[in-house]
Ligand binder design. Structure first.
Ligand code: BG6
Length: 487
């Protein structure tokens, strides 16, 4: 279904995010007929380019980031007609702003969205420019991306800067993990089935695991990454959002504030990790040279070009939620670069049965697990015990009820940005983060960062291509559990 007519202004249009994610996502929505004919994409950056120059850059980005089979020349040609370019230097008052105003005038009754695909230190000045040049209409929204701060204090300052110009209801904070199909499916599984919700609590669930593993290293992003590290880059946002969706109470409707109120309660119920627990419940690692599927790969410090960094490229944590539903149920989290595979999944492990009627000849009874796989091969698996087929007596086996989205639906799975960008135009903030959520997440993360900074320990080394330092395995095995590994 087509969205309402809109103009989307992308600041930072010559950056990586625009080329890799935004333009391909918009192209797919165009190709599927979801963009009204009048809608324009107005690229803005400091570089002096013409509309045609930027159209050429767009075409190159599509060639690089959209598979050839999905890139029919007629769709590319019609998409390029939507593209316009304005050179704006956000910091200089008359550099491009009046021109942007003139271009936007033509669409003054349309939905207007500003995407700030720029470094966060420009959020404030760009918002001020938008406000000062009278570019805010009643249907205007602004989209910002992580990193929203490096700590609670800096996140608050950024939110204040954007909030000086835009109302909270106009601000869309993207966490692209919320746009992933499996993540939305988690909501469907939990709240559109009668089966799971009665079991979704400490009485029936033993523990939850969230793994977001990447096989790539930091490569050309080492400069940014070294100022962040895995805890800020992945846990503060993506992984805590996943944890919230698993743990939250059912909202009364699938609507922005109802959802965000429930997620916020989870964040506020996270048990603080204090300096004295730090060693027992957190592990940080940094990769050394090793091997990936493609052959030998350098270590983090070599990629960074310095031997002086204690930035973690891996983190494992045990989080606890202090409320009735989750009391005593650990949430084990791990994420890292240069692990053996690109694999993201949420595993809900149920408790064992109270008593087995089968003798030892039946084999080992394994407890049920619900595995929601975000990538690759999105899908859901429910692991159950069944009888091994055949006449050989009552032998039991642990097998998955398997639902692979690709095999079941045979449709292309949209990229997260496709869904999220269209949601902004529709004015639907359900899959976006509210200010108080971002700040509550930082409030839990800050003491971990402070504790690490104060400790004399460095991150533990792990060899590229392995599942992180051995202490990450010890973290969960101490509790008599193991990481779920099934590739
Ligand atoms: C980004 C992080 O937010 O998410 C990157 O900054 C990370 O470091 C990426 O690689 C992972 O996203 P995805 O969608 O590839 O799992």
């Amino acid at each position: 279904i087509a969205v309402d007519p809109f103009d989307l202004v992308v600041f930072g249009a010559t950056g990586d995010l625009a080329y890799r994610k935004l333009l391909p996502a918009l192209f797919h929505r165009h190709r599927d007929g979801q963009l009204p004919d009048v809608s324009r994409i107005i690229a803005a950056s400091r570089r002096k380019l013409s509309d045609d120059d930027y159209r050429k850059l767009t075409e190159d980005a599509l060639t690089k980031f959209v598979p050839a089979a999905e890139r029919e020349p007629e769709h590319v040609a019609s998409f390029l007609k939507r593209i316009f370019y304005v050179s704006v230097d956000a910091k200089i008052d008359d550099e491009g702003w009046p021109e942007l105003g003139r271009v936007l005038e033509e669409g003054k009754d349309r939905v207007r969205a500003f995407y700030l695909a720029v470094s966060p230190d420009l959020f404030g000045v760009i918002c001020e420019g938008i406000g000062a040049h009278g570019l805010i209409t009643p249907e205007t929204r602004v989209i910002i991306e992580k990193p929203i701060g490096k700590s609670l204090a800096s996140a608050t300052a950024l939110n204040d800067a954007v909030g000086k110009v835009f109302k909270e209801s106009q601000i869309y904070r993207i966490d692209h993990y919320l746009g992933k199909e499996t993540v939305q499916n988690l909501m469907a599984l939990r709240f559109a089935n009668a089966l799971f919700e009665p079991l979704w609590n400490a009485a029936h669930i033993d523990h939850v695991q969230i793994t977001v593993a990447e096989n790539l290293g930091v490569e050309s992003r080492a400069g940014y990454y070294d100022t962040a590290g895995a805890l800020r880059d992945m846990v503060q946002n993506h992984i805590l959002q996943l944890l919230c969706l698993v743990a939250m109470e059912p909202p009364n409707q699938f609507e922005a504030d109802a959802m965000r109120d429930e997620k916020l309660k989870v964040l506020r119920s996270l048990k603080p990790i204090t300096a004295s627990d730090l060693e027992a419940v957190t592990v940080r690692g940094q990769y050394r040279a090793g091997a990936s599927a493609g052959g030998p790969v350098p270590g983090y410090l070599q990629e960074l070009g310095s031997d002086d960094s204690v930035t973690e490229t891996f983190v494992a944590l045990k989080a606890e939620i202090e409320n009735w539903r989750w009391s005593g149920v650990p949430f084990y989290i791990r994420t890292g670069k240069r692990l053996p595979a690109r694999l993201s999944e949420i595993v809900v492990s149920f408790k064992s049965i109270p008593h087995s009627i089968f003798g030892s000849a039946a084999g080992q009874l394994v407890s049920n697990q619900l595995v929601m796989r975000l990538q690759p091969d999105e899908g859901v698996r429910l692991w159950l015990m069944i009888k091994d087929p055949g006449p050989g007596g009552m032998r039991l086996r642990h097998v998955p009820l398997d639902m692979s989205f690709a095999q079941t639906f045979k449709v292309r799975s949209p990229e997260a940005y496709e869904r999220l960008l269209m949601d902004v135009i529709r004015g639907n903030a359900t899959l976006f983060m509210r200010r108080d959520e971002v700040e509550a997440a930082w409030k839990w993360i800050d003491p971990i960062l402070d504790g690490w900074a104060a400790s004399r320990e460095s991150p533990k080394a792990y060899t590229a291509g392995t599942w992180g330092p051995s202490s990450a395995i010890a973290l969960i095995e101490r509790d008599g559990r193991t990481w779920h590994e099934e590739i």
